[in-house]
Design a protein around this ligand. Structure first.
Ligand code: GDP
Ligand code: MG
Length: 305
């Protein structure tokens, strides 16, 4: 696969991702943020770099921030812990979460409370009273914003008030005594014009498959897995050492392609004549990765930063 054709395909992806509504969304978020004290920046624990919004710093310049590493059930625990240490070293509270199971929610709430106490104290020193802390969840598509909001609202989804006179009414949900959550998440765009980032986002499912070339994406992912997670592949697809020996080639990409063929055969993704159905095999691999069936895998590690 040559680099040029890749770049072209991502350029066309960018067109789908960067329309005028992105600017509109950005304006909406900046407007919503006027009412917000603490921003919850939700990242994908498997790709903490690629799932970051490049404009985040500018957008939330004077807000307090909590980083949530979501989908931690799909990432390597050791690597996720290293990311948490990294953030803490940089004075950013960071929390490990699994919004499907509700892991990390309590810690998010207690971290908000802690930050809030500081705010209340500061306000009191200035002779003011601060009663409520307002928070908002920000993140790129598919990272788990809605799941996290649902978890934070758990059984407490009493709407705490609309603001009249605003075109789009904002819904606030009280999630604890003093904490209110804006129930619509801020949908941010990733930095998908970078090829590596675009690939990471497609592996994890943040860029829609329809606009990408599934087979090429899958082949790229398989190359990474073959180099760094061979054991995971052998286990999942029951590939023997002999079979592994037989795919060896001078040409690395041919080797990976041979592996793809084995996976296809093992999973019955075969078309008439015995050839493998590449697209079907590609989808099997992507689905297995995304659902954690290939094991817990972190694609971006602190050390490689
Ligand atoms: N494995 C796993 N899946 C999650 C987690 N959080 C969300 N998801 C799934 O990721 C997909 C996108 O979640 P959603 O909350 O709609 O993301 P949003 O687009 O950011 O609002 C859904 O299929 C969720 O079930 C998590 O912590 N672990
Ligand atoms: Mg959502």
């Amino acid at each position: 696969m040559n680099k040029m054709s890749n770049e072209k395909s991502y350029a066309s992806t960018s067109i789908n991702w960067y329309p005028g509504h992105m600017l509109k969304t950005k304006k909406q978020i900046i407007d919503d943020l006027k009412l917000i004290d603490i921003v919850i920046e939700i990242l994908d624990a498997r790709i903490p770099i690629s799932s970051k919004n490049p404009d985040m710093q500018k957008i939330i310049a004077n807000k307090k921030r909590i980083v949530v590493l979501n989908k931690s059930d799909l990432a390597e625990d050791f690597e996720t812990k290293k990311w948490i240490e990294y953030y803490k070293k940089n004075n950013i509270p960071a929390i490990i979460a699994d919004s499907n199971l509700g892991k990390g929610i309590k810690e998010i709430l207690s971290t908000i409370e802690k930050i809030m106490q500081q705010d209340i104290q500061k306000a009191a020193e200035k002779g003011r009273v601060k009663r409520n802390i307002r928070i908002m969840v920000l993140g790129i598509p598919n990272v788990g914003k809605s799941s996290l909001i649902n978890r934070l609202c758990n059984k407490k989804s009493a709407v705490v008030g609309n603001r009249p006179g605003v075109t789009k009414q904002k819904q606030w949900v009280r999630i604890s005594n003093n904490v209110e959550l804006l129930d619509t998440p801020g949908v941010l765009w990733p930095k998908f014009e970078d090829e590596k980032v675009a690939l990471n986002l497609s592996y994890t499912g943040s860029i829609k498959d329809e606009v990408l070339q599934t087979v090429e994406i899958s082949f790229n992912l398989l190359t990474i897995l073959y180099n760094k997670y061979k054991k995971n592949l052998l286990e999942r697809y029951k590939i023997t050492e002999d079979e592994l020996e037989n795919i060896k080639s001078e040409d690395k990409s041919e080797e990976v392609y041979n592996l793809l063929k084995i996976i296809g055969k093992k999973r019955g993704a075969v078309i008439s004549g015995g050839e493998i159905d590449e697209e079907k095999t590609a989808n099997i691999l992507l689905n297995d990765f995304r659902s954690g069936k290939l094991g817990k895998i972190t694609l971006e590690k602190v050390n490689e930063k």
